[in-house]
Structure formats: structure tokens, C-alpha cells
Design a protein around this ligand. Structure first.
Ligand code: PEP
Ligand code: MN
Length: 337
């Protein structure tokens, strides 16, 4: 349930409502907007049903929320959330681009990729050091060595570092090197990992599961917010359908749905979403037109030699051309890039 306060409600009145709710054994979540304050109520359904707050001074109305997720819901928090990743804001007017190789392979590969993505305007360097591969015989990533290389390249080129975390026991290790912790599609419902990420401070990028509904995805994000970490960025990366021409089916309607249902920023991954480098540019354009807050794009200095996801990786030159083009689309949408 949410309690919508009158625009004229005083601090005292808001406090009175919060106290009443908490005395009933329920939790509150306060959202102070420019116009109105909303008191979100979380807890036992029966207690919520018995709560009488409509007559309290300053209360405009109460609204029942049927969705299971609360803290990620736009009803609880009508204004867009902007996630600040060590000074780079995700969720505002600017469309943030994260780019780099699928996997960190060696120093030269990463350096070339980082130089190129920086040159063409990316704000984040992406690159996996712990790779969740389908086959145990495929390249599994360089682990801590790869994380170190990511941090060094990020610092050298003034890029934030985003990298995947696959195990809750690695949180301290990955946090030492990364600015943004990525939860991959395969771990979207790894609830132990989500709970642990809720209890730490680094922002989290939560990718949509391979076959997850939007509701399951938002509930997964709720785990992180419920633990106390509000800094979550969602990432649409394609879902499994009957179609095999593309690696996944990039669900751009999810951008629109998430914007309606949630206040969290959402970025799009047209690389994993299609599996084909030549589809990255058109789908990135479409993602911006649909209203996304950012893009994550795979770039490799030599895609033909990549140890993972070469087919969907852009060369540095192509990435440069794509960025130039995307800037125009962003302008049409009254965004910057
Ligand atoms: C990745 O970003 O490298 C990755 C493995 O993505 P996903 O979890 O979306 O498959
Ligand atoms: Mn990849």
C-alpha cells in the first residue's frame, strides 16, 4: 500500500503517519517528490488491511499495490532514479554507453579496446573476468588477473569499470576493482547473490534472465533494494524465444514496460540481444528511440580472434561510426550521448 500525502502536508504530519504505520509493526519507505510525499508501506498483508490512516492529518489517499515488488515500483517512488556510479550518472538526460570486450583476454587486447571506447565517448569499460560459459571447456576468464587489468585500463583511460560477479563469495574481491557489479542473465534469480548484493554499497547492474518475465526481473531487483541497496540499473539483453536467426530476441518493449512499472534506470545490450555485430547499430538506435538510459556494447580490437562472442563484437572503427550515428538519434529524443 502507498499513502499519498497532501501537497500541503507538514513534516509533522508526515512523521505522524510514519509513526502510526511503524507502531502497527509495518515498515515504511519515504519518497519525497517535488510535489508530493509518498509513504510506502511494506509488511504483513493482514496488518496492512487493518491499518487505518485515511483520517490522519495530511493524508490525501491510500492506494493498494497488487504487485509483489514494492521498492522498485514506480507507485512507491514516482520520480526516476538516477544511479550515481562514482560520479557517472545513469538514468538522467544523458545516455551512458558501456563498451569493451566480452572477456578480458590479455593486456594488449584490453588496452586497445579501452583506448577506442574512450575515444568514441563510452563512459564505462566492460569486460568479463569471471565468465559464465555454457560449456565448461570454453574460456572461463582470467579471474583476479583480469579484474586487475580492467582497473588499470579503466584508470588509464578515465573509464568506470563494469564487470560480472558470479558468486556471492567474490563480492569483496570484485568490489576492490569494479565500480559497477554486473549480475549476468544466468544469475538473475541467484537469490543468495542478490541478497548479498543488497547488503553492500556498490551499484549493481542486473541483467534480465534468459527466460524471465518482466515481473520476475523486477522481483529480482526488489531483493537488492530490500537489502538496503537502492543503486540498481536494469539491463535488457534479449530473451529466449523460438527464433534462432538471432542469438536472443531483444525485447525493446521491456524498456517501455520497465519505465511504466519502475523508477529504476534501464539500459540495453544489443550485442547479446542479437548475437550479430551487424544488428548492433539498428537495435541500439531502436533502444534509444524506445527510451533507454544507456547501452552496453561489445567491442574487440580483433573480433575474429576473440575468445568469446566475436560474432557480436564491433571493431573499434565500427564502434566509432555507430556512436556518431547514435548521437543523432539521442538528439532527436532530446537526450545527449
Ligand atoms: C556478458 O555481458 O558478457 C554476458 C555474459 O551477458 P549475459 O549475462 O547477458 O549473457
Ligand atoms: Mn559476451
Amino acid at each position: 500500500m502507498i499513502i499519498v500525502m497532501k501537497p500541503s502536508a507538514t513534516q509533522e504530519e508526515i512523521k505522524g503517519v510514519v509513526n502510526k504505520v511503524e507502531q502497527s509493526g509495518l515498515h515504511t519507505n519515504l519518497s519525497k517528490g517535488a510535489e508530493v510525499t509518498i509513504v510506502g508501506v511494506i509488511g504483513d498483508k493482514k496488518k496492512i488491511a487493518n491499518l487505518e490512516v485515511n483520517m490522519l492529518p495530511g493524508v490525501e489517499k491510500t492506494v493498494r499495490i497488487t504487485e509483489k515488488y514494492k521498492l522498485v515500483s514506480r507507485n512507491f517512488h514516482p520520480e526516476d532514479t538516477v544511479v550515481d556510479v562514482d560520479g557517472v550518472k545513469v538514468g538522467g538526460k544523458n545516455i551512458v554507453v558501456m563498451a569493451g570486450p566480452c572477456s578480458v583476454e590479455n593486456e594488449q587486447q584490453l588496452d586497445e579496446a579501452a583506448a577506442a571506447v574512450r575515444k568514441h565517448g563510452a563512459k564505462f569499460l566492460r569486460g568479463g573476468a569471471f565468465k559464465p560459459r555454457t560449456s565448461p571447456y570454453d574460456f572461463q576468464g582470467l579471474a583476479e588477473k583480469g579484474l586487475k587489468m580492467m582497473r588499470e585500463a579503466g584508470d588509464k583511460y578515465g573509464l568506470k569499470v563494469v564487470t560480472e560477479i558470479v558468486d556471492k563469495d567474490d563480492i569483496d574481491l570484485v568490489s576492490e576493482y569494479a565500480d559497477l557489479l554486473q549480475v549476468g542473465a544466468r544469475n538473475m534469480q541467484n537469490f543468495q547473490l542478490l541478497k548479498a548484493l543488497g547488503k553492500q554499497k556498490k551499484p549493481v547492474m542486473l541483467k534480465r534472465g534468459l527466460a524471465a518475465t518482466i515481473s520476475e526481473w523486477l522481483n529480482a531487483a526488489e531483493y537488492i533494494l530490500a537489502g538496503g541497496n537502492n543503486n540498481v540499473i536494469l539491463c535488457e539483453r534479449g530473451i529466449r524465444t523460438y527464433e534462432t536467426f538471432t542469438r536472443n530476441t531483444l525485447d525493446l518493449s521491456a524498456v517501455v514496460a520497465v519505465k511504466e512499472l519502475s523508477h529504476l534506470p534501464i539500459i540495453v545490450d544489443p550485442s547479446h540481444g542479437t548475437g550479430r555485430w551487424e544488428m548492433v547499430q539498428p537495435m541500439a538506435r531502436a533502444a534509444i528511440a524506445a527510451g533507454c538510459d544507456g547501452l552496453i556494447i561489445e567491442v574487440h580490437p580483433h573480433p575474429d580472434r576473440a575468445l568469446s562472442d566475436g560474432d557480436q563484437s564491433l571493431t573499434p572503427n565500427t564502434f566509432g561510426r555507430v556512436m556518431e550515428d547514435l548521437r543523432k538519434i539521442a538528439g532527436v529524443m532530446e537526450r545527449t550521448l
